[in-house]
Design a protein around this ligand. Structure first.
Ligand code: NAP
Ligand code: ZN
Ligand code: ZN
Length: 348
């Protein structure tokens, strides 16, 4: 393997900086990808700062990868050198349990292997993510990309895209449904685009009033400032489904009050502290609080193909890798429009 370089966190407190490392040689079913773009997910920030307590350092974050295939092993059938390939949040799983056989590798009974800060199943090394020049991955965990889409704007589909597409499909967000999206960030703006595209009456719930016009442009039928009690009251008891993408700790009651009887709020945001729940807000309308995590490999490919057919990509601000620490700070200030994507040519 050619040497790898990227940006890494060396501990929970220091900024990310340049880091040289090596990747293992590819197996016959694996491809080597020269990374072109990598999206910046809020999970990268949570992980780099060890907010979930599972960090491993040095950590090269990044799990929204798009690149060009540099080499394909002799048993690879889906890709050849020169093709575009994309990789998301997981890069391996046991491949034989019930969820894996169903194509729901993210629910693997033995635990799926994350793109970074996880133990590689082949040689036990620690996986290093996409804030780097290359990646080695089994073709099962890599996706093809529709040719009509802008590659920088495709990268965020690999996490923000599938994490919102999957629950919106699972809970049948579509025509005749009133759907709320909490948070207009990386995940939120993709949720908004998908819910709108699926035909739901889509309401953007935001704490940032200045994002109102953007939300409308991105497909919101209505925008509600979630801190405005009177505005929230007007929508009480009217939502079939709410997708909560907020990255910071927040109360669930204001959103539960928006649900219809038997409505569901699905949490995909993973704040450092979990929410406490007022049971009365739940039992008085038989409401459900659910969770959802990325999606399996077939559904991720389905989502990419859907995006190709419907010309859906992320709204991106492309940055050189040297600006990653500033991007993290802006993400914390809710100042992302609406996904940072690293242009990996900046590594050279
Ligand atoms: P992001 O781009 O930083 O967006 C998060 C948005 O949350 C903000 O822009 C803001 O939107 C909203 N927000 C922040 N604080 C809030 C608060 N106190 N109350 C209500 N809303 C608040 O982050 P992201 O990349 O979309 O990620 C969002 C979360 O999802 C993160 O916790 C991430 O780790 C998690 N995640 C989960 C999965 C999964 O599989 N479940 C996958 C990827 C990411 P407004 O300004 O519009 O209020
Ligand atoms: Zn992510
Ligand atoms: Zn499995």
């Amino acid at each position: 393997m050619p040497p790898s370089k990227g940006f890494a966190a060396l501990d929970a407190k220091s900024p990310l900086g340049p880091h040289n490392f090596s990747r293992r040689e590819p197996e016959p079913t694996e491809i080597v990808i020269d990374i072109l773009y990598c999206g910046v997910c809020h999970s990268d920030l949570h992980m780099a700062r060890n907010e979930w307590g599972n960090a491993v350092y040095p950590m090269v974050p990044g799990h929204e990868i798009v690149g060009r295939v540099a080499a394909a092993g002799k048993s690879v059938t889906k890709f050849k050198a020169g093709d575009i390939a994309a990789v998301g949040v997981i890069i391996d799983s046991c491949r034989h349990c019930e969820p894996c056989n169903r194509g729901e590798e993210h629910f693997c009974f033995e635990g799926s292997t994350l793109t970074y800060a996880a133990k590689d199943r082949v040689d036990g090394s620690i996986t290093m993510g996409g804030y780097s020049n290359n990646y080695v991955v089994d073709e099962r965990f890599a996706h093809t990309v529709p040719a009509n889409l802008n590659l920088a704007a495709v990268a965020p589909l690999l996490c923000a895209g599938i994490t919102t597409y999957s629950p919106l499909r699972h809970w049948n967000a579509g025509k005749g449904k009133k759907v709320g999206i909490v948070g207009l960030g990386g995940l939120g703006h993709m949720g908004l685009k998908f819910a709108h595209s699926f035909g739901a009456h889509t309401v953007q719930l935001t704490t940032s009033l200045k994002k109102r016009d953007d939300a409308i442009k991105l497909g919101a039928d209505e925008v509600v400032l979630s801190t405005d009690e009177a505005a929230m009251k007007k929508h009480a008891g009217s939502f079939d489904f709410i997708l909560d993408t907020a990255s910071a700790p927040h109360a669930l009651e204001p959103y539960l009050s928006l649900l219809k009887q038997d409505g569901t709020i699905t949490l995909v945001g993973l704040p450092e502290k979990p929410p406490s729940i007022n049971m009365f807000a739940l039992i008085t309308k038989r409401a459900s609080i659910a969770g959802s995590m990325i999606g399996g490999m077939p559904e991720t490919q389905e989502m990419l193909d859907y995006c190709g057919r419907n010309n859906i990509t992320a709204e991106v601000e492309v940055i050189p890798i040297q600006q990653i620490n500033e991007a993290f700070e802006r993400m914390l200030k809710q100042d992302v429009k609406y996904r940072f994507v690293i242009d990996m040519t900046s590594l050279k």
